[in-house]
Design a protein around this ligand. Structure first.
Ligand code: GAP
Length: 578
């Protein structure tokens, strides 16, 4: 069994996650988090919320997962959110064309190549269908849109889509959200929720699924003025694998501090660099192994339609690098598109300290001329003239001015535009914020944390498996056991378990089987501490507390046990301190 298979076996056996609806044969790409997994997921989400909402001072919202079609027409997902698909001519199975290339050649990021090149590589390398072994050479590589479609209400007149990213639920509400932020940039809005993608070939359990949880932050900033608090993370070392390094023959990963990465221009945006620094610390906190972690920049052909630059946090499992988070500079792409398609105002009004006087070029086109001349296009011509006057007043210097709409030229005599340049006093300006987006895949982070925590050693001559999870992330904080289910040990153990639960700790009570078996069960789900009530406890009100990784045991008084365990859980105390 490789690392991923070993993990999935443990995950199913111990209740972290398992394929959904298997009683009915299931559907590929859908997984249920069991009791341990749901608790771990909620701990990861709490740690994310603590870092990216509370500590950053951002807001959090919860938007619907189904949204009407115009949202995704505007966002570009209906046109551009595609993966490459190839269908086997023999058995009809469909595959991600870029993945079959990556699995069978040395090509690493086939997603960044044009479809024709991927088709050529498949033919050149004689790649066969992973399902039936027939040759895939000559089969067309096409685009497949990943959106799940549905109908809103009865009938089909109101199509909707399951959101492919939580981000759109934030962008469409920008006008309200901006008000709640008192129209003051910068401000950030976060959301943790489900996203859906009709993946061509789901694989590796939680790594590529069709329904998954994202934790996304959309940070709205004034591109001219706002700067991140870079000093807070300037010394954090980033393992960077830039696009340039990926394309160079001798290129490799470089370890640079945030400050160096910005000064050398390796990371172009200070905001992206800031979040790379913040996130490196956060990944360490939740248990990602920093020797199996890097930041990789997207190659040009790989970037999503909205991103001008993007870095992925990647973790290594089984020798493969998995994208766990994307850090994208989305510019004003999303807000501009939603403004254009909805006609609403997606800007922030920025008040100047003092009003200023400026020269402003305006037009007031004569519609009695434009109407007969351009018919149904007259209003669009008028709007284009207005935009041109603002952008390039010198275009009105000649007798005639030309605007282009959808590739067609419209010439208008300047005198019909009523062009003028006037002095106006302005108290502020409308700014279209830029968006910096750290976007985390919660399932892939859980998969990484579990894979990196998976350890084996030998205890009492037997192999032991344990999950070395940080106490803050562990699904259960304490296992409480009576040594034997008699003589009052059970009563005292139940009383202690109750007290620990009242103090807010997550507790498992276990009185079945030999004590060694009970320790192993807790080790396998990563419980950092186990408390055992034995005969001595009945005499002197002390219990043994065992630490998971070292299996070391110490005797502690029952009085104050909850506080001590809480301090161990938060890292205020270490086991050695006891
Ligand atoms: N809003 C930006 C966005 O959605 P993305 O890189 O497409 O960017 C962000 O997705 C994160 O969501 C990824 O880094 C990954 O962790 C997770 N993710 C994306 N597709 C996934 C899938 N099919 N299964 C599991 N996680 C996925």
């Amino acid at each position: 069994m490789n690392e991923g298979e070993r993990l999935t076996e443990l995950a199913k056996r111990r209740g972290f996650y398992f394929p959904s609806a298997s009683a009915y044969g299931g559907a590929s790409g859908f997984w249920t988090y069991g009791p341990q997994g749901a608790a771990l997921k909620s701990n990861v989400e709490d740690a994310w919320r603590d870092r990216y909402v509370v500590k950053e001072g951002h807001q959090e919202i919860s938007a619907p997962t189904v949204m009407p079609e115009p949202v995704f027409e505007a966002s570009g997902h209906l046109d551009g959110f595609d993966d490459m698909i190839i269908e086997c001519g023999e058995c009809g199975a469909t595959h991600r064309a870029d993945h079959v290339v990556e699995d069978n050649t040395d090509v690493e990021e086939a997603e960044s190549l044009p479809n024709e090149e991927v088709m050529d590589l498949i033919a050149e390398h004689g790649i066969e269908c992973p399902s039936c072994g027939a040759s895939l050479a000559g089969e067309p590589v096409e685009n497949f849109n990943l959106m799940f479609e549905t109908n809103i209400g009865p009938g089909s007149s109101s199509p909707g889509y399951l959101r492919p990213e939580t981000a759109q639920g934030i962008f469409v509400e920008f006008p309200q959200l901006s008000e709640y932020a008192r129209n003051q940039l910068p401000f950030g809005v976060a959301q943790i929720g489900k996203a859906y993608r009709n993946e061509i070939s789901p694989r590796k359990s939680l790594v590529r699924v069709r329904e998954f949880t994202q934790a996304e932050l959309e940070h709205f900033v004034d591109p001219e003025e706002d700067e991140p608090p870079l000093a807070e993370v300037a010394d954090v070392t980033l393992p960077l694998y830039s696009a340039e390094s990926q394309q160079a023959d001798d290129g490799g990963q470089r370890d640079l501090t945030v400050r160096e990465a910005v000064d050398e221009g390796v990371v172009a945006s200070d905001w992206v660099a800031y979040y790379l620094g913040v996130s490196k610390r956060w990944y360490e906190r939740i248990g990602v192994d920093m020797d199996r972690f890097r930041y990789r920049q997207h190659l040009a052909g790989e970037r999503a339609h909205y991103a001008s630059d993007c870095w992925d946090a990647e973790s290594e499992v089984d020798g493969d690098w998995i994208e766990i988070t994307g850090f994208a500079y989305r510019g004003d792409y999303d807000l501009s598109k939603h403004a254009e398609h909805s006609g609403e105002d997606f800007t922030v009004f920025k008040q100047y300290d003092e009003p200023i006087t400026v020269e402003r070029a305006t037009v007031d086109p004569d519609m009695s001329y434009l109407g007969p001349e351009f018919g149904g296009d007259a209003q669009r011509v008028a709007d284009a003239l207005e935009a041109l006057a603002e952008r390039d007043p010198s275009a009105f210097d000649a007798d005639e001015v030309t605007v282009e709409i959808d590739g067609e030229d419209y010439a208008v005599p300047v005198e019909q535009t009523n062009f003028s340049v006037d002095e106006v006093t302005e108290s502020g300006e409308h700014v279209r914020p830029h968006v910096v987006e750290p976007s985390f895949g919660v399932g892939r982070i859980i998969y990484t944390v579990l894979a990196h925590a998976y350890e084996t050693d030998e205890v009492d001559g037997e192999e032991r498996t344990y999950l070395s999870l940080p106490p803050e992330q562990a699904p259960t904080t304490v296992g409480v056991f009576p040594l034997m289910d008699k003589d009052g040990m059970d009563d005292l153990a139940r009383e202690i378990a109750g007290d620990l639960r009242s103090a807010g700790l997550s507790v498992t009570y276990d009185d079945s089987g030999a004590i060694g078996r009970r320790y192993r069960r807790q080790d396998e789900v990563g419980t950092p501490y186990c408390v055992t009530v034995d005969y001595e406890a009945l005499e002197d009100d002390t219990v043994t507390v065992r630490e998971r990784d070292t299996t070391e045991q110490k005797r502690l008084p029952v009085d104050g046990l909850a506080e001590t365990l809480e301090q161990l859980n938060t890292g205020e105390l270490t086991f050695d301190d006891l």
